[in-house]
Design a protein around this ligand. Structure first.
Ligand SMILES: CC(C)(COP(=O)(O)OP(=O)(O)OC[C@H]1O[C@@H](n2cnc3c(N)ncnc32)[C@H](O)[C@@H]1OP(=O)(O)O)[C@@H](O)C(=O)NCCC(=O)NCCS
Length: 395
């Protein structure tokens, strides 16, 4: 089996719901990160074998094979194809997994894997609402109804069930949400995200031009008192808007290459994709999957959780990484060290590649060796991946 190397990783800074990126089309967001990879790596525009993009709401501006639309809108040659993946919130981590597997199998040499979600334009749940409103049905047939009678799968219920199962209190959640904002703001101020972010030219509401370089959802003024004062999303529950991931606009992409392509195009190897896993788990709790996915990927890697230097576990809700850490015996000081989706946002289809981009750069900054990503997904699936830094330490 060939090795799959990460030779580039970039992301946009995220925009808040109806915020600074809301006027940018998702195809243009995606093309911006693809173009940046082409510029930074110097790869010839016809040397990429495929563009694999994750996006969750495949409707409206994000319909009709967004991955191909991104490849056409980018600098890449028209002969470079494109395809689209839906693994719910892990869509672009799955895009990276498919890209890595294509390279590992020896069938392709260079893949761009990424993802995007313009949640201001294409609202979360709009595909299901469209089905209901226009008589196109709901995504639950007779067989699933028999298995889960009367249950409407909901991430909000899952977040509460997970908190209950792993005994996570409102206090723990509020403290974790606060630390997410504090870490994200500190990383921003110290410039840790500068290398990974593609500056985007934007036009503000008043018509003035600006450049978007900072994740818009971070609340530098966040306080424990403020978080404690928020109402829970479910009556009697523990999750609030503060301990939920934010609705965001954003894109990210990774370039994956084999050794031949690295030599041929003079690419810089940043990290090796070490081990991959994807699992299914209970779709009602829905968000527990990162736990078995992590156990599986560690087994495949022949590593223990203590061997890992950094973990990125998506903060879909605060209860997800907190439950995960308890279950796998993780060291909290290595978890989401530059904040997570509670502060930085969760542009659904783009999040896997966004977390991967941050992980690659932070491993380089700290000189860590192994990094692990795990993401919970609608339907109870979860992807997990371990990468190994190969590049020089960059600080
Ligand atoms: C939770 C959710 C419904 C909240 O949406 P919203 O109400 O539009 O969110 P807002 O940002 O307006 O926050 C709601 C309130 O909480 C406040 N708030 C949010 N985070 C806060 C924080 N960290 N500190 C203090 N106040 C905060 C806001 O200021 C706002 O207050 P206001 O009503 O007085 O203006 C939305 O973020 C969501 O759906 N998140 C999950 C997305 C998702 O499911 N993704 C997939 C994961 S599986």
């Amino acid at each position: 089996m060939a090795d799959a190397y990460i030779v580039g990783a970039v992301r946009t800074a995220t925009g808040k719901k109806k915020g600074r990126l809301s006027a940018i089309h998702p195809i243009d967001l995606g093309a911006a990160v693809v173009d940046e990879l082409v510029d930074r790596t110097g790869i010839p525009v016809d040397a990429v074998d495929d563009v694999i993009f994750g996006v969750v709401m495949q409707i409206g501006a994000q319909a009709s094979n967004l991955g191909r639309n991104v490849s056409m809108a980018s600098k890449l040659d028209l002969a470079v194809p494109g395809t689209t993946v839906d693994r719910q919130c892990g869509s672009s981590l799955q895009a990276i997994q498919f890209g890595a597997q294509a390279v590992m199998s020896g069938t392709q040499d260079v893949i761009i894997s990424g993802g995007v979600e313009a949640m201001s334009t294409v609202e979360i749940g709009s595909n299901v609402r469209d089905g209901l409103a226009n008589g196109r049905g709901i995504p639950k047939g007779e067989r699933l109804e028999l298995q889960y009678p009367g249950i409407q799968f909901s991430q909000f219920d899952g977040a509460e069930l997970l908190a209950e199962k792993y005994d996570i209190s409102r206090d723990e959640l509020d403290a974790f949400a606060l630390s997410s904002h504090q870490r994200a703001w500190e990383a921003t101020q110290k410039g840790y995200f500068e290398k990974e972010i593609v500056p985007l030219n934007i036009t503000l509401e008043d018509g003035t031009a600006d450049v978007h370089t900072i994740d818009e959802g971070i609340r530098p003024e966040a306080s424990l008192e403020g978080l404690q004062g928020l109402n829970t999303l479910r009556e009697g529950g523990v999750i609030t808007a503060g301990s939920a991931s934010q609705i965001s606009d954003g894109a990210a992409a990774i370039m994956i290459a084999n050794e031949d392509a690295v030599k041929k195009h003079g690419l810089q190897v940043r990290a090796k994709i070490h081990s991959l896993a994807v699992v299914g788990s209970d779709p009602v709790i829905m968000l527990e999957g990162p736990i078995p996915a992590t156990i599986k990927v560690l087994e495949k890697a022949g590593l223990s959780i203590d061997d890992i230097d950094l973990y990125e576990v998506n903060e879909a809700f605060g209860s997800v990484p907190l439950a995960w850490a308890k279950a796998v015996g993780a060291d909290m000081s290595k978890l989401n060290v530059n904040g997570g989706a509670q502060a930085l946002g969760h542009p659904l289809g783009g999040t896997g590649a966004k977390l991967m981009t941050t992980l690659v750069h932070e491993l380089e900054r700290r000189g860590g060796r192994y990094g692990l990503i795990a993401i919970c997904e609608g339907g109870g699936t979860a992807n997990a991946m371990i990468i190994e830094r190969m590049s020089e330490v960059s600080h």
